[in-house]
Design a protein around this ligand. Structure first.
Ligand code: MTE
Ligand code: CO
Length: 389
């Protein structure tokens, strides 16, 4: 009784004719049918595209690795265009022997590979005062997760010989913004990498080519791109990015400062406003969880606004300070859903609700919003960013 499917019974062009040869794509790009899978910006958010941000299309991705060309970008002065042969990294200040490294020097030093998320402290910042942006790309897309290859900063510091009075470092970029941040020496001697590669190839220009700082678990602003200078000192520099920016103004007028850690957070990427439910019956809910303080030990998901919670199925590598993928395989009868996820990390910390956060932090700040996100799936599958009490 079923009509024959012409996609099976008719010979299609791609089966009839030879395809393109191996000389056509010396550097591969995605299928032309994946044109929607792109970074997007929100033009009204910032005054110019050079000091701005675009967002990772989280709802189009799977697994834990962000493809290099889809990693969100955040620049304060546009993308520096640097010939690696002309790049220098200076290391000076409270050291026995000030040093200058070329890229060739860096590549001759012992290197490590690490997979880590980078999250901008302003990720989800628009949501502090209520549900704003319709899509996890915009609410949560200031995060990416790649494998870095680089030299541990402690190796460079050992070579220069850090004086005992050293307490802080200043990291500075070679871009037109000359962005800089102060970093405590304990972190520098722990797990910071000076990276030249991501996902196996050279850093992309927009990610700091040829050299960037990788500061695992800490806010993205510290991950200085186009890294050209490290100064060793005995106190923080009180740079613009740690005084007027990247501080959290509380309700009583005081400010939280040096809020380095990115606390545990999660988001359901599918369904979400840009990826509505299409069919009743069998469906896959998918999402991401991460913590700047360790690994993800559990993710809970509710489909009914918090009345019932279930443990999500975590699949793929569960790595320290890395995105972690979770799923809930479920049947949808076509009812309204209020979907939330909450992450629990290896320290036992439970991702808070937005209301819990606001009680302590007020709503003056745009940074460090790791509150639980709610998606409302309607009977027709359309999905909206909402908040529930
Ligand atoms: N480093 C320099 N030199 N200039 C910058 O504008 N932006 C910072 C940080 N490092 C920035 C920088 C901010 S705020 C973030 S969130 C991350 O880089 C973004 O890294 P990405 O562009 O690889 O996503
Ligand atoms: Co940032």
């Amino acid at each position: 009784t079923a009509k024959p499917d012409p996609l099976i019974t008719e010979v299609q062009d791609w089966s009839r004719y030879l395809g393109e040869g191996v000389d056509k794509r010396p550097y591969g790009t995605p299928s032309r049918f994946e044109k929607n899978v792109i970074r997007r910006d929100v033009s009204w958010l910032t005054a110019s595209p050079e000091s701005s941000v675009n967002f990772t299309p989280l709802h189009e991705l799977d697994g834990i690795i962000t493809p290099s060309g889809l990693c969100f970008e955040r620049h304060h002065g546009g993308i520096a265009d640097i010939d690696p042969a002309n790049h220098r990294l200076m290391l000076h200040g409270l050291v026995d022997k000030p040093l200058v490294f070329t890229m060739e020097d860096i590549r001759r030093m012992p290197r490590q590979n690490r997979i880590h998320f980078l999250e901008c402290a302003a990720n989800s910042g628009m949501e502090w005062r209520g549900a704003q942006l319709n899509g996890c790309q915009f609410t949560h897309g200031m995060v990416h997760n790649v494998m870095y290859t680089g030299v541990p900063l402690k190796v460079l510091l050992a070579e220069a010989g850090v004086k005992t009075s050293a307490k802080w470092l200043l990291l500075e970029g070679a871009d037109s913004s000359g962005m800089n941040r102060s970093l405590p020496i304990e972190k520098a001697l722990d797990d910071v990498l000076i990276a030249f590669a991501m996902n196996g190839e050279a850093l992309r220009p927009e990610q700091g080519y040829p050299l960037r700082a990788v500061i695992p678990g800490w806010e993205g602003n510290l991950w200085v791109k186009w890294l050209r200078r490290i100064e060793v000192g005995d106190q923080p520099w009180q740079a613009r990015e740690e005084t007027s920016k990247y501080t959290d103004l509380l309700a009583d007028g005081r400010s939280r400062r040096f809020t380095f850690f990115m606390d545990a957070k999660s988001v359901v990427t599918n369904p979400s406003p840009q990826a509505p439910l299409k069919q009743k019956g069998r469906n896959v809910l998918s999402g991401l969880a991460w913590s700047g303080r360790g690994t993800i030990s559990r993710v809970d998901v509710t489909l009914d606004g918090g009345r019932n919670w279930q443990h999500a199925r975590i699949d793929g590598p569960v790595l320290d300070k890395s995105l972690t993928r979770f799923y809930v395989d479920f049947d949808w009868a076509g009812q309204d859903l209020l979907i939330q996820s909450r992450a629990i990390d290896s320290t036992g910390y439970l991702q808070p609700t937005k209301e819990e956060l606001r009680k302590i932090r007020g709503t003056n700040s745009i940074y460090h919003n790791n509150g639980i996100q709610t998606w409302h799936v309607k009977a027709n599958g359309e999905t909206e960013n909402v908040e529930i009490g």
